[in-house]
Design a protein around this ligand. Structure first.
Ligand code: RIB
Ligand code: CA
Length: 355
């Protein structure tokens, strides 16, 4: 007669089950991990970003591809291999990519990152082997193997990403999202107008911004508000382990360097891009149309954002143009304009400490 459960009992059981599943979905550990390809020019802040990505349960790093930027392609590959070995992650493919920007000479930044690009820290030789695949080809292969699942996180010049798009434009609708460290809508760091990653390959950046995929720009606008200071690095000093101690040393190098230029902390440019991949609520990122200047005498490498989403329509009348309306400009990027810096920095410290 109606089985062993009365109606009210069945309702109670159904309610309990649905509450359980809603709760599980709300807990980050139970939401699907995000598959990530990390493209990097390691680089001190790249190192901090990589170790954050490898120590965050929300992310599943599927590959590391190396691009020239802070250091040469050769040095960057060696640095990536040594860091992945330190993190005991030789299971993740590590691939070399472009050897130079698309059209200009490389500009390396040992001035900021140390002679070897890793704060002059000599990590032990790597136990990892370089993957035989070319970085852009690896990106193409992995995106096709996992359509709509891969998030690209490039934190160096966009050369590898542009080469992948140029070689196989069909990856664009198959990539889940692109989250870049790069650009600025409030002035540059390499020049008055250009941020370093864009400045090192403006043509590649314009290809990436115009490709048509979901793109989030984590630029200087938020990186400069996210300063890792002694307050945070001393927390790292309270715990120990190979990754923890390495990042503690890198952070000290960067904070000391920042102090020489009058700042009381080091901007967490690359780590914040990984932070946005972990938790997009860390930033405020309105949609804008962004173009990359490739010809300006003073502005080459500038990410030029249209905040208003429109341009005036100028119509020729005799010897002059008359403004006769506004034409909408479709956004192509979410541009980070604000950040919950302390929440991110606390997250960074807790992940590196393994807490
Ligand atoms: O402008 C900051 C960016 O340039 C960071 O990615 C840093 O690593 C350098 O590549
Ligand atoms: Ca970088």
């Amino acid at each position: 007669m109606g089985g062993c459960f009365r109606v009210w009992q069945r309702l109670a059981i159904a309610t309990l089950f649905s509450a359980f599943f809603v709760t599980m979905l709300a807990i980050p550990a139970f939401s699907a991990t995000k598959k990530v390809i990390f493209d990097t020019d390691p680089g001190t802040d790249d190192a901090m970003a990589l170790m954050l990505a490898l120590n965050s349960p929300e992310l599943d790093v599927r590959a590391v591809t190396v691009v020239p930027g802070n250091v040469t392609a050769k040095q960057g590959l060696e640095n990536a291999l040594r860091m992945m070995s330190l993190a005991n992650r030789c299971d993740i493919p590590i691939a070399a990519g472009a050897q130079h920007p698309l059209f200009q000479k490389l500009i390396t930044a040992e001035f900021w990152h140390g002679k070897n690009g890793l704060a002059n820290i000599e990590l032990p030789p790597s136990k990892c082997k370089v993957d035989s695949r070319y970085g852009p080809d690896l990106i193409i292969e992995m995106v096709h193997a996992a359509p709509h699942e891969i998030t690209l996180v490039p934190v160096g010049p966009l050369t590898n990403i542009a080469l992948a798009v140029e070689k196989d434009p069909s990856i664009v609708p198959l990539v889940k999202e692109v989250i870049i460290m790069g650009g600025s809508i409030t002035g540059g760091n390499s020049t008055a107008a250009a941020e370093a990653n864009i400045y090192n390959d403006p043509e590649a950046a314009q290809i990436v911004f115009q490709a048509g995929w979901p793109l989030t720009m984590v630029g200087l606008d938020v990186g400069d508000k996210t300063l890792f200071s002694t307050k945070y690095v001393e927390q790292l000093g309270q715990s120990h382990g190979p990754v923890n101690d390495f990042i503690y040393q890198v952070a000290h190098y960067l904070i000391d360097l920042a102090a020489k230029f009058g700042s009381d902390g080091t901007p967490m440019y690359d780590p914040l891009a990984v932070g946005v991949a972990i938790d997009a609520t860390l930033v405020k990122a309105p949609a804008m149309h962004v173009d990359v200047e490739t010809r300006g005498e003073f502005t080459r490498g500038e990410t030029v954002a249209n905040r208003h989403g429109a341009v005036e329509r100028n119509v020729l009348h005799g010897d002059r143009y008359i403004i006769e309306g506004l034409d909408k400009v479709e956004p192509n990027a979410k541009v980070c304009v604000d950040v919950d810096a302390d929440r991110f920095l606390q997250l960074f410290v807790s992940r590196i400490r393994g807490k």
